[in-house]
Design a protein around this ligand. Structure first.
Ligand code: ATP
Length: 220
């Protein structure tokens, strides 16, 4: 029988996208033998204030971030959340993907430790495990231990060292070399008039410049 397809999903605001996002997607792909990793920019985020770019601009920048990336890397952009009206909930995105792809493939939701710590605040978050596996990695200075009690309880029930041959339901951890960049820090640099070469792909920095984005700090 053919191996079960493994599809990774990196959701985020990508406001703007940066090398940390690309490193996360590549590390997850390699750690979990993913056939493809989709970057999924959120529509209007219900949890984060708008920090300067519209959802259409964040989507355009996420596409540009993959401009120089070879197709053999199997990193792609999935624009469904930006196309959707109203708030974007990950659980809805996973339901849609299941409806499209069927029950068979593995869906693997990839999270940095900041998102894992926040997981219990997500809309209908416990339903995520019926739809996908969840893999998390440490992000600089954001611990992976001592998680909120609700998240620890799911981890006690679902934690494993490897992903079983199943479409969904497990939580596992993987390591990646730390990449010292966040969109928040990047926006602060851009607001100071710097061009943080090396922290975001050149095509993204060009787009930011051309469109006059992040000239002033707003939101969080
Ligand atoms: P902000 O600073 O605005 O909160 P961000 O840099 O955290 O933004 P997001 O778009 O919120 O970027 O992140 C999308 C995903 O990428 C999340 O799972 C987040 O944990 C992860 N991520 C972001 N930066 C890094 C990084 N430097 N290393 C590893 N993972 C990262």
């Amino acid at each position: 029988m053919a191996a079960r397809r493994r599809i990774g999903l990196v959701g985020g605001t990508f406001d703007p996208p940066h090398v940390g996002h690309l490193a996360l997607a590549r590390a997850a792909r390699d750690a979990w033998s993913l056939d493809e990793v989709r970057l999924v920019p959120t529509g209007r985020s219900w949890q984060k204030a708008d920090a300067g770019a519209s959802s259409a601009q964040r989507l355009a920048m996420t596409r540009l971030a993959l401009d120089g990336v070879d197709a053999s890397e199997r990193l792609v952009v999935d624009d469904r959340e930006v196309r959707r009206d109203g708030p974007t909930y990950t659980v809805e995105t996973l339901r849609e993907l299941r409806a499209e792809l069927g029950a068979e493939p593995m869906l693997v939701l990839v999270l940095g430790s900041d998102q894992l710590r926040n997981l219990h605040t997500w809309h209908r978050w416990r339903e995520l495990f019926g739809l996908a596996h969840l893999v998390a990695t440490q992000r600089e200075r954001v611990a992976l231990d001592d998680l909120p009690a609700e998240v620890e309880a799911e981890l006690a029930a679902r934690g494993a060292d490897a992903l079983p041959d199943a479409p969904a339901g497990t939580i596992a951890f993987f390591r990646m070399p730390p990449v010292a960049v966040s969109a928040t820090a990047l926006r602060a640099q851009l607001a100071r008039g710097e061009r943080p070469a090396g922290l975001s792909p050149p095509a993204v920095l060009d787009y930011i410049e051309t469109n006059g984005l992040y000239r002033r700090l707003q939101g969080t």
